[in-house]
Each structure stands twice: as structure tokens, then as C-alpha cells.
Design a binder for this molecule. Structure first.
Ligand SMILES: [Zn+2]
Length: 166
């Protein structure tokens, strides 16, 4: 599975609303409102109903910032979803952060896993998890992680928090 290629910035699990402009396998232009699952400066993992073409270029507008960039489709990823397909896309102009999310510097462990910030629904205690991509997709579908809090001892669904203040 070819992913983002070179990973020079941390991958952050965050659902950013995006608009994708592309061409499907029949050569027809399309526009789709979609979402990211994971982002970094050099690429993203996105969830779409349309089928993309490997190596094709798509234009992607981030609704969070109104900024856009051209991306290359680098991989089709396994998806737990029947309705949608997950794609790895590489940003061809990674100098600008179009996501509107702060992307932390790469740390040990971030290369193979995705850094996820989660929050206790009861006391708002926060924890950083390093999650593999496959369980991460399941966590995002579910909207969080079921766990017991060390701070308040309650069990609940910890929601994913974007890395704004990390
Ligand atoms: Zn708690």
C-alpha cells in the first residue's frame, strides 16, 4: 500500500469538509462535497463517493480556510464503508497549509501511526493516542473511542479533538 510517500509532517486525524474537483473514469468532470479523515501538509486521506483514477490530479478546496491546492491520487485504501472509498492524495504544493488545523512537527511514533487527541465527555481530560490507520477509520465512523477515564473514573465515548492547541 503506497501512502503519502514522504512524511515530513505529522498526520492529524481530523474531518475537514472539502470540495473535490476531478474527472471520473468515464472522463466526466465532477464536483463532490467530501471529507478528510487524516491530513498533513503533504497529503491527506479522503473519503469520497466518486471513484478516482490513480495518478490523476484533482483540485481540492478546504472549506475550513477557503484555500485550495492540486493533489495527485496516490493510493486507494481499504475502507470499512460500502458507500464510500478512501483515497490517499498527495499535495503538489505543500508549502501552504490549506486545512486550517495546526499540524505538529513529526515525532517518534508518528511515522507509522496517526496522532489523535481525544477528550473525556465527563471531565474534559485529554489524552493523545497513537493509532494505526485501520482502527482509526473505525473510530472516526463511530465518532470516538469508548474508554474509562483515569481522572474521573467514568466510562464514555471520548470524542476526537482537532489539534488546535496541541
Ligand atoms: Zn474524565
Amino acid at each position: 500500500m503506497l501512502e503519502f510517500g514522504r512524511r515530513r509532517s505529522c498526520r492529524v486525524a481530523v474531518s475537514v469538509p472539502i470540495r473535490v474537483f476531478g474527472t471520473d473514469y468515464r472522463g466526466r468532470d465532477f464536483t463532490e462535497e467530501a471529507n478528510t479523515l487524516v491530513v498533513n501538509l503533504h497529503g491527506a486521506k479522503i473519503r469520497m463517493a466518486h471513484q478516482l483514477i490513480p495518478e490523476a490530479e484533482i483540485r481540492l478546496v478546504s472549506h475550513a480556510t477557503g484555500r485550495d491546492s492540486v493533489f495527485r491520487v496516490v493510493s486507494k485504501l481499504r475502507s470499512p464503508d460500502l458507500e464510500f472509498t478512501y483515497w490517499g492524495v498527495e499535495n503538489l504544493n505543500p508549502n501552504e497549509n490549506i486545512w486550517g488545523v495546526e499540524i505538529p512537527a513529526l515525532e517518534t511514533g508518528d511515522q507509522v501511526k496517526v496522532r489523535v487527541l481525544i477528550e473525556c465527555p465527563t471531565c474534559s481530560a485529554r489524552e493523545i493516542l497513537h493509532v494505526e490507520e485501520t482502527p482509526l477509520a473505525a473510530i472516526q465512523e463511530k465518532g470516538g473511542v469508548e474508554r474509562t477515564c483515569n481522572a474521573c473514573d467514568s466510562t464514555g465515548l471520548w470524542k476526537l479533538v482537532p489539534f488546535h492547541e496541541a
